[in-house]
Design a binder for this molecule. Structure first.
Ligand code: ADP
Ligand code: LRH
Length: 483
């Protein structure tokens, strides 16, 4: 059978890539066509995404792939939460402001003065995080941004590139939900929320489901994929079974369950769990954990000091260090912004009465152990809130390259970890396109095909009693730091 080729444009917070998926009717094979870094830029005190450089690289990748194969379609996915504003002529009003920029400081309480926190959750089911689109837009209203006088259209990052590719402005559903501006039950914008913050309703464009055609780019059909990278990654889980949880492990750690309905109740609210819209009517009940961002920032700080470690070096360093010396709650606000992460970790340890890690090796071990232990605490919440049992954890994304963290995770959750693929997001993106073209029947068939095509590595839990005891220590510390 001849192969069909589709392109997945996958934009992560650390790197973007154009991947070419070849499907022969039985198996899928992914080739990396072009990878590029996604380096944010400070200008005049504001942190921006470099949208134009990303656009340049996307076109470069597509051109390279099209020179080698006949491309049946293109799909774009990207990191979530970021709104984009266009003027009435369709021009960008500003380079997209990064979700880690401090313009959203204080924006959450500003919103809750206009609509109660519990009601915001009731309407959206989305985890409260200051980076959410809701707070980004609210900060602009609060600060009287001059852009609001000229705004014509609200889009997200993946929508912007779909627009630049095709000339069509549409809001992709999985992405729209991450902004905390949608009702997951009606699958539409929550207009009352826009009214509460005073953001113009006439900026809203129709929401399209993943799988719908958007237009064409140089004759190639562009299909709305699962535009949110986490939505695409979960499509890309190579499984034929139930009773699993997943961990999408990259810049963020997204730990959750796939459900067919949102869980919006007091328990979910208390646990601050999110209900993100997924592919084919699914809902991702998950928790956004700070993730490998902490390791990325340690690495940057050390590189600036002349100690240039690869990710493999970091894993080797962590392996050489002493276990269980200190823990951090990865999700404290301090760790969210760009900065000297080792110093932030030392400050956290001093604050919580722990000996701060001194060497780089001890520091990175603290980061990995803390993440694994936090995964256990979050998994317990997910199980309690959903009532679903979990037999194993599928880890997907770049974090699957970190065998030490995968093993620590299996130990901490006392369940097997199945690691892979690292490029689940691009695979999920491609699969949505293949289903849209009738090459695959549905999500279940696609995942069975992925399970046949993809090699995974299984980590069995070891020394779990010890890890569970340490998770108890972290849990006490989390409770103490939240008081
Ligand atoms: P994003 O999509 O958010 O840009 P990725 O899914 O590409 O992130 O994952 C990137 C992360 O994967 C890196 O920050 C790093 O922590 C981890 N990683 C990548 N390669 C390796 C490696 N060889 N060893 C250990 N960790 C790795
Ligand atoms: C992961 C991710 C995550 C979002 C965050 C902004 O890349 O999309 O799901 O919450 O970035």
């Amino acid at each position: 059978m001849t192969e069909k080729y589709v392109l997945a444009v996958d934009l992560g917070a650390e790197s973007g890539r154009v991947m070419c998926a070849g499907f022969d009717g039985q198996r899928i094979e992914m080739t990396e066509v072009h990878r590029f870094s996604n380096t944010p830029v400070y200008a005049n005190g504001t942190l921006y995404w470099d949208a134009l450089r990303l656009w340049h690289n996307i076109q470069l990748g597509i051109r390279q792939a099209a020179a080698e194969h006949e491309i049946a379609s293109i799909g774009v996915d990207s990191w979530g939460v970021n709104p984009i504003l266009l003027d009435n002529n369709g021009h960008l009003l500003s380079n997209p402001v990064h979700y880690r920029d401090n313009r959203t400081d204080g924006a959450m309480s500003w919103v809750f003065e206009r609509m109660q926190r519990r009601e915001v959750y009731e309407r959206t089911g989305i985890q409260f995080m200051q980076m959410n689109g809701l707070y980004q837009l609210a900060s602009m209203v609060r600060d009287n941004s001059s852009q609001l006088k000229a705004v014509g259209t609200l889009l997200s990052i993946c929508d912007l590139f779909n627009y630049w590719l095709t000339g069509t402005k549409k809001a992709e559903f999985t992405m729209a939900t991450t902004m905390q501006l949608c009702d997951p039950r009606t699958k539409d914008w929550d207009r009352a929320l826009f009214e509460a913050i005073g953001f113009p309703l006439d900026t809203l464009v129709p929401i399209v489901e993943p799988g719908e055609p958007i237009g064409t780019y140089e004759g190639i059909p562009v299909i709305a994929s699962a535009g949110h990278d986490t939505g695409a990654a979960v499509v890309g889980i190579p499984t034929t079974t139930q009773e699993y949880a997943y961990l999408s492990s990259g810049t963020w750690s997204l730990l959750g369950l796939e459900l067919d309905h949102p869980v919006i109740n007091d328990a979910a609210y208390e646990a601050n769990l999110t209900n993100e819209g997924g592919y084919a009517g699914t809902i991702r009940l998950l928790k956004n954990i700070m993730g490998l961002w902490i390791a990325q920032q340690c690495r940057n700080t050390w590189a600036e000091a002349g100690r240039d470690y690869s990710y493999d070096d970091l894993v080797r360093l962590a392996q050489s260090a002493t276990p269980f010396q200190a823990f951090v709650d990865p999700d404290v606000d301090d760790f969210f912004h760009v900065g000297d992460m080792p110093e932030k970790i030392r400050a956290y340890c001093r604050r919580t009465g722990q000996m701060p890690p001194e060497s780089d090796a001890q520091m990175i071990r603290t980061v990995y152990e803390s993440l694994a232990l936090k995964y256990r605490l979050v998994l317990e919440h997910l199980i309690a809130v959903s009532g679903q049992s979990v037999e194993r954890l599928h880890v997907i994304g770049g974090g699957t390259n970190n065998a030490l963290l995968c093993q620590m995770t299996a130990n901490a959750i006392d369940r097997p970890v199945i690691a892979g693929p690292a490029e689940a997001t691009a695979l999920g993106n491609a699969v949505v396109q293949l289903i849209a073209q009738g090459e695959l029947a549905n999500l279940a068939e696609a995942r069975a095909m992925l399970a046949e095509s993809i090699d995974t590595v299984t980590y069995e839990p070891q020394d779990s009693a010890l890890w569970i005891e340490q998770a108890g220590r972290l849990s006490e510390q989390v409770a103490a730091t939240q008081q």
